[in-house]
Design a protein around this ligand. Structure first.
Ligand SMILES: *Cc1c(COP(=O)(O)O)cnc(C)c1O
Length: 372
């Protein structure tokens, strides 16, 4: 029977008639590059997701990090402390400015930067700390802000996975010098490709706006050396529709997570820290004590025997990647290493049916129970 069942996908972007109609409207207008749709998207995103902070849209989340860092003055000679247990875009964007990404360890429960490890990584060259709100759970912003204040550092937020997550009542992306949200299709909302930079003040916002457009505010009067990282009105039109839906999708993710919390056995389910709102970009469980190979066998069995499309985010810590190994710290990052071996992300997206949830729970119980 299982042989004929369709795979439950690990992620499923939801693109509806409204998104298609919005694209059509922009295409028919004949003006498709950055224009009024982008401006409207920036204002609507700001009002809905970051408490009114000025937002600047760009063509990807990675561009958002890169330009945010440049606008904040990060460059050659600076060190920026980042997690190693994240997507490589976090450290890549630091390295692309000429600065050095310095990898710190994470907390075992939330998988996010550990302020104690961050404090130990501070040197005279440290300019900033850039936590990731991994899987949609806020990093320890109070703890990290404390380290930043103590050492006179800036704080930046990689909120690529955390649209709508809250820390102590305030939305992520509203804490640091800037906060970046990705709008890639597998993220909690999408514009096709895109990124949004929420800026602490008008100076940072102006910097990001200049950098995304060849350093121009007035055409052909280039003030600084910039890139073309503009968002198109076509992408912004998709993003504006998705903004009207993301809150309901987040509620569905949270309901799916609550069901999985109550019905999974044999794995450590993701905790939510007091005062935090988790938006479950991923629902990531731990196979406590497993080796990477044991975890990979569980993932393969869930996929093959139960058609549960689970994923591993991220199997190789950034400091062990060929591209970033030159930035590896001399000491171990033991909590990062353990997480990379133990994590499995199960489907949690808003399109799951009750039947899907039950299949996920049965699969986990069967596979983990059999393997242990
Ligand atoms: C997706 C992601 C990015 C990059 O966003 P893109 O839109 O894919 O460029 C950066 N950081 C993290 C943690 C991400 O998950």
């Amino acid at each position: 029977m299982l042989g004929t069942q369709a795979m439950i996908p690990a992620a499923r972007p939801i693109i509806g008639d409204e998104e298609r109609a919005a694209v059509d409207r922009v295409m028919r207008s004949g003006m498709v590059a950055q224009g009024p749709e982008v401006a409207a998207f920036e204002e609507e995103f700001a009002a809905q997701l970051v408490g009114g902070r000025t937002c600047v849209a760009v063509n990807s989340g990675t561009s958002g990090l890169h330009l945010g860092l440049l606008a904040a003055g990060i460059g050659l000679g600076d060190e920026v402390i980042v997690p190693s247990f994240t997507f490589a875009a976090t450290a890549n964007s630091v390295a692309l400015t000429g600065a050095t990404p310095v990898f710190a360890d994470i907390e075992a429960d939330t998988f996010n930067l550990d302020p104690v490890s961050v404090r130990a990584a501070v040197t005279d060259a440290t300019a900033a700390i850039m936590p990731v709100h991994l899987y949609g759970h806020p990093a320890d912003l109070a703890g990290l802000q404390g380290v930043a204040d103590e050492a006179g550092l800036q704080l930046f937020e990689d909120a690529a996975q955390a649209h709508g997550a809250r820390y102590a009542g305030a939305p992520v992306g509203s804490f640091g010098t800037f906060g970046m949200f990705s709008l890639y299709p597998t993220k909690n909302m999408t514009s096709g490709e895109g990124g949004m930079v929420a800026c602490e003040d008008e100076e940072i916002a102006r910097g990001v706006r200049l950098l995304r457009n060849q350093g121009m505010e007035k055409q052909y009067e280039n003030e600084l050396v910039g890139l073309n990282n503009r968002m198109t009105d076509i992408h912004a039109a998709i993003g504006r529709v998705q903004l009207t839906k993301v809150e309901a999708w987040t509620a569905a993710r949270q309901a799916n997570a609550a069901w999985l919390d109550a019905n999974l056995s044999g794995v450590v389910v993701p905790p939510v820290r007091q005062g935090c709102t988790h938006v479950y970009h991923q629902y990531t469980v731990r196979l406590a004590g497993a080796s990477g190979a044991e975890r990979d066998r569980v993932v393969a069995a869930l996929r093959e025997e139960h058609k549960v499309g689970c994923g591993v985010y991220y199997p190789i810590p950034n400091h062990e990647l060929v591209s970033l190994a030159r930035f590896a710290p001399e000491h171990e990052l033991p909590v990062t290493a353990r997480a990379a071996a133990e994590v499995i992300s199960l489907p949690v997206h808003p399109s799951l049916s009750q039947e899907d949830l039950e299949r996920i729970a049965t699969g986990v119980t069967t596979v983990v129970g059999a393997g242990s």
